[in-house]
Design a protein around this ligand. Sequence first.
Ligand code: BGC
Length: 361
Amino acid sequence: MLLSMTTAMAAHGSVTKTTFGTTPDGTAVDLYTLKSEGIEASVMTYGARVVSIKTADRDGKMSNVVLGYSALDGYLADKSTYFGAIVGRYGNRIAFGKFSLDGKQYQIPTNDHANSLHGGTVGFDRMVWQGRAIADGVEMTLVSKDGDQGFPGTLTVHVRYTVHHGALRIDYVSSTDKDTVVNLTNHSYFNLAGDGQGTILHDELMLPADQYTPVDSGLIPTGVLAPVEGTPFDFRKATVIGARIDEPNEQLKLAGGYDHNWVLRGKNGEVKTAARVYDPLSGRVLTVTTTEPGVQFYTGNFLTGAKYGTAQEGHEKHAGFCLETQHFPDSPNHPAFPTTELKPGETRHSTTTFTFSTQAK
Ligand code: BGC
């Protein structure tokens, strides 16, 4: 890794740009390292991906708490996990890759059995974004052309990552020149004990939602908003993630664990708590707040331990969890869900913040 100069100095932190590698077509990939009190986060231009987040445990020891690879070739070879990526233009699933807008039918490539997942075969996670150092962070910009993966309209997306006192904040801003659909999220997998430190099944999750969206066998929402009451999906009181994951519950069986969207309380667009996770081993606590109406809680059910790239790092089943703040999956086909449509002249904003702290034993 080549060291370069510090490109921006903010009041409390610093932003440093280095080279992370080169894609097969010769495009340079940059890594921005953002430092503030109690946090050091690295984000690269390939997929606008979070590569590492270092935070202190209850004894003050700093470790990386997101899953990833030490070199770019790992990310290039791994086509299934979406480690750390911004997923889009439509994060999560669209049934059969089909939707209609203004009376016209659109077809997105189906890359997850019969359905489309995370924006099609070449989603935003596989594109090199334009990086720019800003105060306390980096702004990543991507212009997705009209017709990209079958979606209508040229979509311009700015994702700003900034660090402030133990927190990583992500601001998403998008605009279009034709009616389209947009659902952007970050796909980091967290392991609060540290990447490679076993599974996350012993962590305690609190997820303040009264309803979730049950799915069919293709993990597409049925359209029902089901109460969590009396089910393994009730995390309104902090509960160990693994405590009920193997219960004979049809929804858990379909997904091989948790891989569902919860309906957050409060209004779409207002900041609300999406989750709080406590890792008793390290004492680390992650609190997630968002303006989005939903969160996909995914327990890394499809991680296989496969090793990619020169460093040969593998990640076992349940080695990390994702908290993907988002609009609901398959919204373009569910008019009753909060809309993901974006029109020319409008700007879509959303904000998600991951705050790290510690808790005593
Ligand atoms: C989905 C999982 C999928 C994973 C890809 C998650 O957002 O909900 O079903 O396997 O992304 O790594």
